[in-house]
Structure formats: structure tokens, C-alpha cells
Design a protein around this ligand. Sequence first.
Ligand code: NAD
Length: 496
Amino acid sequence: MTEFTKDDWVKLSQSVRIPSLQVIGGKAVDAASGETFESVNPATQQVIGSVPASSSEDVDRAVQAARTAFESGTWSRSSPEHRKSVLHKLADLISKNARELAVLESMDMGKPVEHALNIDIAGTAHFWHWYAEAIDKVFDEIAPTGQGDLAMIRRVPMGVVAAVVPWNFPLEMATWKCAPALAAGNSVVLKPAEQSPLTAIRMAELALEAGLPEGVLNVVTGDGPNTGMPLGQHMDVDVLAFTGSTQVGKLFMGYSAQSNMKPVWLECGGKSPILVFEDTADLDAAATLAAQGIFFNQGEICSATSRLFVEASIKDAFLDKLIEKASVYKPADPLDPATQMGAIVNTLQTDSIMRFIEDGKKNADLILGGQQLTIGQSSNFIPPTIFDNVTNDMRIGREEIFGPVLSVIPFKTEEEAVGMANQSIYGLGGSVWTSNLSRAHRVSDQLNVGTVSVNCVDAISAMTPFGGMKQSGFGRDLSLHALDKYTSLKTVWVKY
Ligand code: NAD
């Protein structure tokens, strides 16, 4: 592909079709009520389109379509080779339409379009390929019975999977659920976040084009109370996979208890620590990645390393480097290919981040950023913000901000650093910087988090499970372990 200039992206943003209907049973449809809600570009505050505002009636239709498709067996009982070829085709179509998807993602939620293209959309295609390729290579088990008995332990699809996802990596988060669920033979009802519904709709259209039978992947657009809740409470949804805040994750456990006891898999919030020890060999790399860990994607990352524990002896030198590296993340027009930091997803989220910043100013030392910026018609821009001398009991040190705000907490000993890092209701990710191999292993053992990245940040790959401990959730996205969420174990015992 030849490089796109800013003008090219702007032209594409003006000509791209904005999806306006949801996909139920293979058909593009309005909400039963005819109600819609607007999609606003947070970088310009312009309305870019509108999509159906679904209610329980639409959720019922989607679940029914998914159930009918599942029972028909056209997908659920098709051969793994067939599923593999369709999902590879979908991945190829995503790559073919990458620029369209990238510009939709950027306009819908504010991230730099080049990041949407090279990370979100490229990642999405990769994850679809990965699960497509995996599905005819996962074998079931035979128990070691004696002669005359054959006990088969099989994985079977669960039926109708509902996936409720957030807005920070809209298409990627949807794919982390849909790819393993569909590869395993389930039907899916996907509810994207109301802030970023466009690419999910487009992906469902591309799935039909790839040959996924009607009703196997449905997308219902709407907000939490009117669309998410009826999905969570539905008596005919067999499993619910959620990514979002801890607060809403807890509601889903309640929805399950109030309805059909469906398994609920939760991937929730975080306040991940990054620990930088004096013996780090490459402090420059540590500073570059510490900046990336909290400022990439405007800090709207569940596993953002938002608490920096730095050994007191190197604190000043390290913060100087960090501030220099943070300058890369200058908020600007997301459609400019040079932009490394875009707009915060909406005014509500911008206001919430600014409230944390104001609170931080009262309690800690602001050493970078801290002011809301207006670019063009939008004030949804916040530059990299760093507070020094934070403690774990301050709100900015304890609560998930979900924005470009870093809390620096100095430490004197390894024990103290690990103790403070673990002092959190969350346990999603953690990053450790040291050139002492024993320390790297010792600290990794002690951190109560789902992924420890040593001398790197936020190590994510299709091969390795991603998810949290404590109130960051349970269950894992990615890797073959994700298939466990979307399959039941079934024993078939044959006497012969
Ligand atoms: P959110 O919890 O507000 O919303 C997530 C989804 O839940 C959306 O689709 C929303 O419509 C739906 N929802 C909201 N209220 C609901 C209700 N009452 N009933 C049913 N559904 C409801 O989260 P968000 O603001 O979209 O995303 C930010 C959060 O997501 C952060 O906490 C972040 O850490 C988390 N996150 C976690 C991961 C992970 O893998 N652990 C990844 C990305 C984001």
C-alpha cells in the first residue's frame, strides 16, 4: 500500500459510508422502535452518523436469529476446515478494507488513524487468522479406561454467545471474543459500546461476504441499560463474555444470577504498576516504554501502566528521560498520519479525567501536562500528565482514570515496591525493569497480575492468554485458553 497523507485520510473520512443499521439474522435492520442515537467524532464534535438504539425487542430478535442459526447446524456442525476457510476469508476482507475500517474507528472514538490502521485493524485481521488456523488443530481427549470402555472427552460449542465490549479498541476487543467463539462453532450476538458501534457493524457485513451463514454473527447497537442488560438477563443466551469496567462487570454477574445462570466471563479495569529498578540496563528504553505504557491510545487502555514505581536513587534522572519521551504524545488531529495522540472518546470521559487531574493537583506534584486543550471545535484533548510523589491512598494512585495520567511513586527497597504494587483491587498487568535475572523472576512471581512484562510493557500476543486477577476479572482472552470460555466439556462413554 502506498502511504496515505493527511489529505488522503481527510478525503476518505468525507466519502466513507457510515454504517447506520445493525445486523440481525444476516439482514441490515433498524431498531424495532425506530429509535436511533448519534455517533459523534470526539476530535471534531461533529455528528458523523446515527445507528439503531436497540431495546430488549431487538435483543430478542438477535438471540432468536443466533439460536436458529446454531440449531440449523450450517455453522455449528460444519467441518473445522470449512470454518477455517470462512474465517480466513473474513480476515482477508478486513485487511482489504483496512483503511475504511481504520478511518471509521478513528472518527468514532478519536484515536490516531495510523494507530487504528497499523494496530487495531492489522491486529484484528491477525487474530481472525490465528483462530481460523487453530481450530482444526485442537484435539479432544480419550480417558484411559480399560478394554470394553471408550470414554471420550469432547469440547462442544455452547450455543449462543453474547459479547459486550468497550470503546477503547472497538474492533479488536470484539474480535478477541468473536473469533474464538465463532471458530468453536457458536453463534454470537455482539454489542459494541455505544461510543463506537461503527466497525462492529461493518465487520458483521464483511463476515456475511466471507460466507458466514446468516444469523451466526449478529450485531445489536445500543447502550448499557437498554441493550447490554437485556442481553445479560436473557434466558436463551448460553454464555456472556464482557470487557469493560469493573463496576459494570459486577452487574453482569447479577444478571446471570437473576436469569439462567449463564457463565459470565469478565475482563475489567486495571491500575497496572510499572517497576523500574536502579539496575535497569537500558533506562532510555524503560523511559520510552513507560511513556508508551500510559500515553499510547490516550491512556485509554485497561492494562495501561498508570502507576510508576521508580527506585528513589534514579528517580530524578528517570523522570527527566520520561518527560522527554512523553513529548512524542502531543495531542493533535487524529487524521494526520504524524499524530501519536488523538482525542479522548467523549466529553463525559474528558470531564472525568479532568476531575482526577484536579484532585491530583491538590494532593501530589504535577510535573507535566494537566490542562485540557481545545483543537479546532473540540476540547476533548488532554496532553500527557504526570504527577510525582503520589501515594497509593490518593485517588489518582488508586482508581482507574482511563486517560493519559501517570502517578509516580518512589520506593527504596524491592520489598516495598512489590508491596505497594500489589496494594490494589486490580491485578491486570505489570511491568518490571531490571537487569538482575533473579530479581526479574522473584518480582514476577510476587506480582498478583495476569501478565508480567519484563523489560517491556503490555506484552500481548495471540499465543498468550490476556486477563486479570482480583477485580480485573477472570477468564482469559487470546490463546487457545480462550476456547475454554466458548466450549463445554462433554463426556461420551461407550461400552463395547
Ligand atoms: P463500561 O463498563 O462502561 O462499558 C462496557 C460495555 O458495557 C459497553 O458496551 C456498555 O454499553 C456496556 N454497559 C454499560 N453499562 C451497562 C449496564 N448497566 N448493563 C449492561 N451493559 C452495560 O466500560 P467502557 O467505558 O466502555 O470501557 C472502559 C473500561 O473497560 C475500563 O474500565 C477498562 O479498563 C475496561 N477494559 C478492560 C479490558 C480488559 O481486557 N480487561 C480491555 C479494555 C477495556
